[in-house]
Design a protein around this ligand. Structure first.
Ligand code: ZN
Ligand code: MN
Length: 141
């Protein structure tokens, strides 16, 4: 995704600003679905002049342009995914870990239930406890 952006640059509708590249560099291959706060914490370590507002605005621009996917799976904060391909997610309701579900799940709704919509996609969020949080739960009386 980063390489694509570096190559395409303006063609993809993006100016290759240092801020955008820094954020994309951090997100490249990142599987943790970080929040804007996480991204700011990591990126500002290297780029000291980068403000939270810049990170936040840059993420909005990148999401609008389709370079990153914005996830609303975590009710407390928006999370960002560099993997823009269609995939579903699991979230741990305790530690808020968000994990990709690899592979396709057949999710379809009958035409009658789709009303007059043309359905072209879906995103399923599964809630639960991750293994470490599940263990902690069992230990408690
Ligand atoms: Zn957990
Ligand atoms: Mn994902």
């Amino acid at each position: 995704m980063l390489k694509k952006l570096q190559k395409q640059g303006n063609k993809a509708g993006f100016k290759r600003t240092p801020q955008r590249l820094a954020i994309l560099e951090y997100l490249e291959g990142n599987l943790s679905h970080p929040s804007a706060e996480d991204i700011y914490r990591a990126v500002s370590r290297k780029y000291h002049s980068m403000s939270f507002a810049t990170v936040y605005n840059t993420l909005n621009t990148l999401a609008k342009g389709g370079a990153v996917r914005e996830l609303t799976i975590d009710p407390e904060r928006r999370r960002y995914d560099p993997d823009t391909s269609r995939h579903h997610h699991l979230i741990c309701v305790d530690c808020r870990k968000v994990v990709d579900i690899a592979g396709d799940i057949a999710v379809e709704i009958p035409k009658t239930m789709a009303k007059d919509f043309t359905v072209f996609g879906n995103h399923v969020e599964f809630y639960g406890h991750c293994a470490p949080c599940g263990k902690k739960k069992k230990k408690k009386p």
